[in-house]
Design a protein. Structure first.
Length: 368
């Protein structure tokens, strides 16, 4: 295990835990991939500089793919549920998740105007990798946040090759954070945002479980940013975004994916998904009118629950024992957001718009 960590950490950006005190015990990688068999992959698209020419760039976008049971068992559904804090956004496939209680496909996260191509491309991959069982239809779960401040979003630069690249890159090892995949062009509390992840180990009745979260963070105003209970945003007044276009601070979105190996029913997973909003609120997020704050939770337990022809026997944790799982979601969501911000680097995008990275040295003086 140590050799894997050392190999991965070469060149890795600073993570928030190196500066901030968080509650809870993390998994080995402090990542959603600490949950059994979960795999995550990115495709990052960065090209061009200067003034926006729609269809040509500059391009600052990408796609992130999550396999709840890994690529090899992507055909086996998981119990799942979703929740919404503020609904100015999109997550396809959620109607069937709500109706059936199952997530039957991989998950992808991208920019707002690439949902369609990512969905179609993922369906092609699913039908080509269906383990001899030709699915008559597929309703994959594709989520989005808006990257049009830095990216030529109307140029539709994400294509099938990028989706396949993210699938190919998916791994159970720790994942890259910050300006990667779907999070490449995102902004969080008017600093550079993007992809972040974290995990928590918990014990219930002497059984150990993992809760992992992954976020695509693209929300919040500077003056609301809160770290360790301190409103640091009001003190970090420098390095505001340098935007040469119409820009409404605070508009944006956050997608949160929660994974666990604890045996939970869809109704219980919905309760976990709801707690993502509390982790967001700890960082100063309020679910603003222009924000799409959408959350999905799934469990990799009960592998044989999905059966079309026979009665299934399933296991579940009692509702009276679920509190440690709820706390783990709150804690790991907060830390995932911070990891996204700590890893993200200053980026210049369309029309020379610049969004600066979180100034860690200034932050140290405030919270220490």
């Amino acid at each position: 295990m140590c050799s894997k960590l050392l190999k991965f950490n070469i060149g890795r950006n600073m993570r928030a835990r190196e500066l901030i005190n968080f509650d809870g015990i993390t998994g080995n990688y402090n990542s959603i991939t600490d949950v059994d068999n979960v795999e995550v992959g990115h495709s990052t698209i960065i090209s061009g500089d200067g003034n926006l020419i729609v269809g040509k760039g500059p391009v600052r976008t990408g796609v992130t793919v999550i396999f709840p049971r890994g690529k090899l068992e992507s055909h086996i559904p998981v119990f799942a549920a979703y929740d919404v804090l503020n609904g100015n956004g999109e997550m396809t496939g959620t109607i069937w998740v709500e109706e059936s209680g199952f997530l039957e496909t991989p998950i992808a996260i991208t920019n707002t105007h690439s949902v369609g191509i990512v969905r179609d491309s993922l369906i092609k991959w699913i039908t080509s990798n269906s383990k001899g069982k030709d699915p008559k239809f597929s309703l994959p779960l594709i989520a989005e946040t808006y990257d049009g401040v830095l990216n030529d979003i109307n140029g539709h630069h994400v294509n099938e090759n990028h989706v396949n690249e993210a699938i190919f890159n998916s791994t159970q090892f720790p994942i890259l954070e910050g300006n990667v995949g779907g999070g490449t062009g995102m902004i969080c509390h008017q600093f550079k945002g993007g992809i972040g992840t974290s995990s928590r180990m918990i014990t219930i009745n002497e059984n150990s479980y993992v809760v992992g979260t992954l976020v695509q963070a693209n929300y919040g105003k500077r003056e609301q940013l809160t770290i360790n209970g301190i409103n640091v945003g009001k003190q970090l007044t420098d390095d505001l975004p340098e935007i040469n276009d119409d820009y409404q601070p605070g508009d944006g979105s956050i997608i949160v994916i929660v994974a666990t190996n604890a045996p939970l029913l869809p109704t219980q997973l919905k309760r976990l998904a709801k707690r993502s909003s509390l982790g967001i609120s700890k960082t100063g997020g309020i679910g603003a009118n222009g924000s799409g704050d959408i959350f999905l939770a799934f469990s990799t337990a009960n592998k044989n629950a999905f059966n079309r022809y026979e009665i299934s026997n399933i296991h579940m944790i009692s509702n009276d024992m679920i509190d440690p799982l709820l706390s783990a979601v709150v804690e790991s969501t907060e830390e995932s957001i911070m990891n996204a911000m700590f890893s993200a680097k200053t980026m210049k995008g369309i029309n020379n718009n610049i969004v600066h990275e979180l100034p860690v040295e200034k932050l140290k003086k405030i919270i220490n």
